[in-house]
Design a binder for this molecule. Sequence first.
Ligand SMILES: O=C(CO)[C@@H](O)[C@H](O)[C@H](O)[C@H](O)COP(=O)(O)O
Ligand SMILES: [Zn+2]
Length: 194
Amino acid sequence: MTAGHNLKTYIDGHRRALEQLITLEPEISAAARACIEALRGGGKLLTCGNGGSAADAQHFAAELTGRYRRERRPLPALALTTDSSALTCIGNDYAFEDVFARQVRALVQQGDVLIGITTSGNSANVVRALQAGREQGAITIALTGEGGGQAANHADITLRAPSDRTAHIQEMHILMIHVLCETIDDTFVEATPA
Ligand SMILES: O=C(CO)[C@@H](O)[C@H](O)[C@H](O)[C@H](O)COP(=O)(O)O
Ligand SMILES: [Zn+2]
């Protein structure tokens, strides 16, 4: 296959997913409301995922502690994918399936939001994290593919990217994350001098 052929096929797949994304408007609005209510109430957002979704989890948290687009106060958010000591300790001494759930049990409180990102919906460490998040009293949000997987069983809100291709699911996830950031900014942006 030429790169040109792959490009065309890829754009077609991406466009199909993108065109259906609007059907997720109710779930995306509910997720934005949950994040905003948590942050307003003094809670925090915690994110997790594997591989490309670990990068998305970190990207989301950094948009909040740092900045997304407009000037506002820093907002409390933490990716559970970044502490290599915690990840190796928990993975080595317990199980890789527990690398996020144990951190969740240590850090998550009622009033927080836990966001698990998994394209298959079935990564055990993300599924267990969502389960633990619920037990801790957090609102749980899953970003998945169209099937939802087991993650959907442990999430209060599931954002099912309308594709069965990992790459396109990830592309829809980062788009949804940016929509959440835009909506969070709408609430928390301070009046700043031009
Ligand atoms: O970015 C990619 C593939 O595009 C990979 O790194 C991918 O994220 C990894 O294979 C993950 O382990 C997949 O996990 P999940 O999305 O099914 O939870
Ligand atoms: Zn990827």
